[in-house]
Design a protein around this ligand. Structure first.
Ligand code: ATP
Ligand code: MG
Length: 395
């Protein structure tokens, strides 16, 4: 356990500190561990004073990043959240001295287990039983916890997919009643959970939960889109780690909204939009022609794993990353720079023509012919071709 020395240091100075949250849950499940979070009874100022390398990332929420080895660990002072207003984040946080109070503010029992490096567990809400039964249940009353912070409903569904768990009947009923409160939540927070849902182990389970509780009605752009969620649920065959692939899939499966609509509604970046757009274009070419040199060239090596993820959702399993890469390596050119001719050389070959858009069109045509194998990527061969076009034009 790489973060043990941090806990040791706290204890050396007379404080308590425990691993908490997702890392403990995933450790107990035998899953790969993501970020490690630590909770302590030391105040942020005390934490800053006992560690050499720290970053005060969120002092007002009690969070300090402690750097150790090459990694940063989020250390948060035991706290409770109070004064929830309009179902969003709490107005203020209050530091408390007891671990149990801190665990009580957490969303689900499986996320409210603390662990000491000695592997001793502090589990006041029986999270271990829910881990064992693969159940998502809230700490305290679901209705209360969801009306305090509506994002928790989205998190519940996300965990169904991520962990391949189900929600308890009580949680399901509460989501049915309260999902409309999600409309008050910042889209950026919803977006995080939305993409984590698609990256999970059992995406279909998460999507079916959206349908069953009708929670999709409270998500951006999905109010009247029962069909889209149903189609997603029918299509998604494996977890989708890349948000761009989710965007591409959404735009391919939806009749009412374009890629731009999805990008805007979920506040995605321009980069994600560009990549999703390339994927959609490539997918449409693939449906007609299969894998061609032109398609590999247009996509580029860096997008192959995304493209494969998209193909899999449509049950095209015949390609592997290695396969695509080796075909790609054999392409005669990998970019315009590799072409044995440039714009000015074309101009020299056609002294009868003025500079103009024809140059770009010729280059594109030559590029295509080189990729399809109709033309060798050699200056002399291209020169011959250009001269032939000239005679044809003059005939
Ligand atoms: P993962 O990191 O796998 O996405 P996680 O459970 O670690 O899952 P985080 O968003 O990193 O999720 O939050 C860390 C911990 O903080 C959670 O395990 C939970 O205890 C608590 N938590 C996070 N969001 C909320 C929330 N909206 N309400 C209450 N507790 C929360
Ligand atoms: Mg986490």
């Amino acid at each position: 356990m790489k973060a043990k020395p941090i806990i040791d240091t706290f204890e050396k100075y007379g404080y308590e500190a425990y691993f908490v949250g997702g890392a403990v849950r995933d450790y107990l499940l035998g899953e790969p561990i993501g970020d490690i979070d630590i909770a302590t009874n030391a105040t942020p100022t005390e934490t800053l004073s006992i560690f050499e390398k720290t970053v005060p990332v969120g002092i007002e929420h009690g969070t300090v990043l402690v750097l150790h080895g090459n990694e940063g660990y989020e250390v948060t002072t035991y706290r409770v959240e109070s004064d929830y207003s309009d179902f969003r984040r709490p107005e203020s946080v209050t530091f408390v001295r007891s671990l149990t109070e801190d665990l009580a503010r957490r969303d689900f029992t499986i996320n409210a287990i603390a662990m000491h490096p000695s592997e001793q567990l502090i589990d006041p809400f029986n999270g271990q039983a829910d881990l064992h039964n693969q159940l998502i249940s809230t700490v305290g009353l679901a209705e209360e916890r969801f009306s305090e912070d509506a994002l928790r409903m989205m998190r519940a569904v996300r965990f169904c997919s991520q962990l391949d768990f189900t929600v308890t009947e009580t949680v399901k009923q509460a989501i049915k009643t309260y999902h409309h409160l999600l409309q008050n939540i910042a889209v950026e927070r919803i977006q995080v959970e939305w993409f984590k849902l698609f990256a999970g182990k059992n995406v279909k389970q998460g999507l079916d939960m959206l349908l069953e509780t009708k929670m999709y009605e409270s998500l951006p752009l999905l109010k009247d889109e029962h069909n889209v969620i149903q189609r997603l649920s029918d299509h998604v065959k494996s977890s989708i780690k890349h948000p761009e692939v989710v965007l591409a899939l959404l735009s391919l499966l939806s009749d009412s909204w374009t890629l731009s609509d999805w990008v805007k509604a979920y506040r995605c970046s321009n980069q994600q939009k560009r990549e999703a757009n390339e994927l959609v274009k490539a997918f449409k070419i693939y449906q007609i022609n299969g894998i061609t040199n032109q398609l590999l060239y247009q996509l580029g090596r860096n997008r192959f794993s995304q493209f494969l993820e998209l193909l899999q959702q449509f049950e095209f399993y015949e390609w592997s990353l290695k396969g695509l890469e080796s075909m790609y390596n054999q392409l005669p050119i990998h970019s315009r720079k590799d072409m044995a001719i440039e714009g000015n050389q074309l101009l020299n070959l056609r002294p009868d023509k003025q500079k103009g858009p024809w140059i770009g069109e010729y280059l594109q045509l030559i590029e295509r012919m080189i990729l399809s194998g109709e033309l060798l990527n050699q200056y002399e061969a291209i020169e011959r071709q250009v001269k032939q076009w000239k005679t044809q034009e003059n005939d």
